[in-house]
Design a protein around this ligand. Structure first.
Ligand SMILES: Cc1ncc(COP(=O)(O)O)c(C=O)c1O
Length: 382
């Protein structure tokens, strides 16, 4: 076949693509939303060849026997069939692994990212307000924007605790439809007080308080047991930080009436058969994941202590999550020097003025934490 020729099924050869790039781009410019055109796709740092401590992943691999069992289980999955719309078996193992009130239905998402998006989609008409304390997880603002809602952020206090008077005043004036509180928060690691969540739910009424517990496996408290105590709360969680980031499975629980409405905007086949089978199999062995999380909590205390003693580290913040943030004089320089030394962490100093000078590092195994600390020590001494 000559270059440029195509069969009925093959994509056209790009060299012989029949329309010019300019013609395509003129159509794109006139059709795609202006705010989409002005932004960048979500950037994921290239970690090739680097020790990856930037994304709050669990560093522990699955034990060999579990890998074998999982491979066998996945081989039996019927890939030719659409997933069934409900996931009763998955829900049953999840309830065995996590204390979710029995009367609270569960809805699954393609990561909790999808659930955040669906909540806003279900609740917000164009221009409605989505509120969150900031700095926080960036997807609340991003999802609000793509759903034509208006994101309002209320800065925390300098120690990253909630500014309750400011939040309550903003709820009063803006009447948000949805308030997201990450509990514990990313990127600060701080968990607010349970009483504050209750007060916020009361103030938000009838609007929805979403308690995002992505880091619950590492935290000493959870709002999940209270999710049915108030009429306007849902709790969102994920398996990502527990060692299963790759399968993309989030879930949320709340009162039946909330779940029934939120379920209406869920794409029918959002949880693929492989994800469902893997989660079912692995949650039946959740003690393995729980032990890994417990190890990371112990490592967090050790890492925080070592960081606090490191010359050049100005401040280390208490964290209830599987990461720590710490402040240095020049975050960009330290970040780059660590990267040059083969270690990838996250420079969060540009996210918000309160985070100026701050870097975020994922808590890892004792060995990887040691590699990070050794590299940081050299960077600080140079
Ligand atoms: C607070 C918070 N919520 C949700 C997520 C998204 O998690 P998932 O991997 O389930 O989409 C993250 C990811 O970093 C997060 O920090």
């Amino acid at each position: 076949m000559n270059a440029g020729q195509t069969t009925d099924n093959a994509a056209p050869d790009s060299a012989a693509f029949p329309v010019s790039a300019q013609a395509v781009s003129a159509c794109v410019q006139q059709t795609v939303r202006a705010d989409v055109q002005q932004t960048h796709a979500y950037v994921v740092a290239d970690a090739t060849g680097l020790l990856k401590l930037d994304a709050m992943e669990n560093p522990h691999p699955l034990p060999e026997a579990l890998k074998q069992g999982l491979a066998q289980r996945l081989a039996e999955v019927a890939l030719n069939r659409y997933p069934s719309p409900e996931s009763p078996a998955l829900e049953a193992v999840l309830r065995g692994a996590t204390p979710i009130p029995a009367q609270a239905p569960v809805m699954f998402g393609n990561g909790s990212d999808e659930l955040i998006h669906l909540i806003i989609q279900a609740c917000c008409a164009p221009g409605d307000v989505v509120l969150s304390p900031i700095p926080t997880f960036v997807m609340y603002a991003v999802s609000a924007q793509w759903n034509h809602a208006r994101f309002v952020g209320v800065p925390t206090l300098p120690d990253f605790s909630l500014d309750m008077p400011a939040l309550l005043a903003t709820i009063e004036t803006e009447r948000p439809k949805v308030l997201f509180v990450a509990y514990p928060n990313n990127p600060t690691g701080r968990a607010c007080r349970t009483e504050d969540l209750q007060a916020l739910a009361h103030a938000m009424h009838p609007g929805l308080l979403v308690v995002d517990e992505a880091y619950a496996p590492f935290s000493s408290s959870s709002f999940m047991p209270h999710v049915l105590d108030l009429p306007n709360v849902v709790v969102v969680r994920t398996l990502s930080k527990q060692g299963l980031a790759g399968i993309r499975l989030g879930y949320m629980a709340g009162a039946p009436a909330w779940m029934a409405e939120l379920n209406k905007v869920r794409p029918p086949y959002n949880i693929n058969v492989l994800t469902r089978a893997a989660a079912e199999f692995l949650l039946a062995h959740h003690h393995v994941l729980d032990e890994q999380a417990a190890d990371l909590v112990a490592q967090r205390a050790e890492l925080a202590q070592q960081l606090a003693q490191m010359p050049g580290v100005l401040q280390v913040y208490d964290s209830q999550a599987n990461f720590l943030i710490f402040r240095v004089a020049d975050a960009a320089a330290v970040f780059q020097a660590l990267r040059n030394a083969g270690i990838l962490i996250k420079n969060v100093s540009g996210m918000h003025p309160l985070l100026s000078g701050c870097l975020r590092v994922t808590v890892s195994t004792a060995d990887e934490n040691r590699q990070f600390l050794n590299a940081l020590q050299k960077v600080m001494a140079s």
